[in-house]
Design a protein around this ligand. Structure first.
Ligand SMILES: [Zn+2]
Length: 278
């Protein structure tokens, strides 16, 4: 990071701070942040400020988001970057566009015979290689728990994918010491397994969302979604994929899930009702 950028960021953090109450409320809205260390929590809190200052947020069709809503978006987008200084704040994202509801996106595909097909598709999210992420607000609100769904992480995973040479193909930049063959073997093996199950029975109850079988890039994005929001499922059924993502993100969300479950099972201390945040 350049000296001036570091200086500007430091000045910004001195002037703008997230109020403790606002942050505590965010932590309540996002169970996937349970189990973060104090240092990780501080990193995330500071980088939410930097992220929201740097990226253009375009709200469409009269949508209004308050500070807590903006944090809900930023914190989920940044969770994968906790230990990825190489991808600080997503250098390839300029703008985040949010619709109040699912939106219609024109699609185009040229088939093997060279025939061009065009149709409209309803979507909750899209990532563009021109540096835009498009999200539907209900999908952002529905994300953040341990329910094997996270629209924000899914779409931002496509932008991480694009960091390797500008191609979205399920091949993000790997760290030193991560052999390409191990990455490809793990992800391709799981992708093939999912496709085999769906070829045999299109209604098969698969562990991963069948959307992951669409293409290697969608497999990567869905795998990231599960890594952060259903790490137990991914780890149990596709341990090699979990292991590769653990190396890529330098995180182990399975241990955070265990901490989250343990905290939920703790008996409520007497008198704690009065401390419920408002
Ligand atoms: Zn996708």
């Amino acid at each position: 990071m350049g000296f001036w950028r570091a200086w500007r960021e430091r000045r910004l953090l001195e002037r703008v701070a997230i109020a403790d109450e606002l942050w505590a409320r965010l932590r309540q809205r996002l169970p996937i942040l349970d189990g973060l260390s104090a240092a990780e929590d501080t990193w995330l809190r500071e980088h939410c400020v930097l992220f929201l200052a740097e990226k253009r947020l375009t709200l469409l069709q009269g949508l209004e988001l308050d500070d807590g809503d903006r944090l809900l978006l930023a914190a989920q987008a940044l969770l994968p970057l906790l230990h990825l200084p190489e991808a600080a704040l997503y250098p390839n994202v300029r703008e985040i566009v949010v619709y109040p509801d699912a939106f219609v996106s024109p699609q185009r595909h040229r088939d093997e015979g060279g025939l061009e097909h065009e149709w409209d598709e309803e979507r909750d999210g899209e990532a563009w290689d021109r540096g835009q992420v498009v999200l539907a607000w209900p999908g952002i609100q529905a994300s953040g728990g341990w329910e094997a769904y996270n629209l924000v992480i899914h779409e931002f995973a496509h932008l991480l994918d694009l960091l390797a040479g500008g191609l979205c193909n399920g091949q993000p930049p790997l760290h030193e010491g991560m052999p390409q063959a191990a990455w490809t073997g793990a992800l391709q093996g799981a992708y093939d397994d999912l496709n085999r199950q769906l070829d045999a029975d299109p209604d098969a109850q698969t562990v991963l969302d069948p959307y992951a079988a669409e293409s290697p890039e969608e497999f990567f994005a869905v795998a990231c979604e599960y890594f952060f929001s259903a790490p137990d499922l991914l780890g149990e059924h596709y341990p090699a994929v979990y292991g590769q993502l653990q190396q890529l993100f330098r995180q182990d969300p399975r241990s955070r899930l265990a901490a989250s479950l343990a905290s939920m099972q703790q008996p409520t201390p007497p008198g704690s009702e009065a401390r419920t945040p408002i």
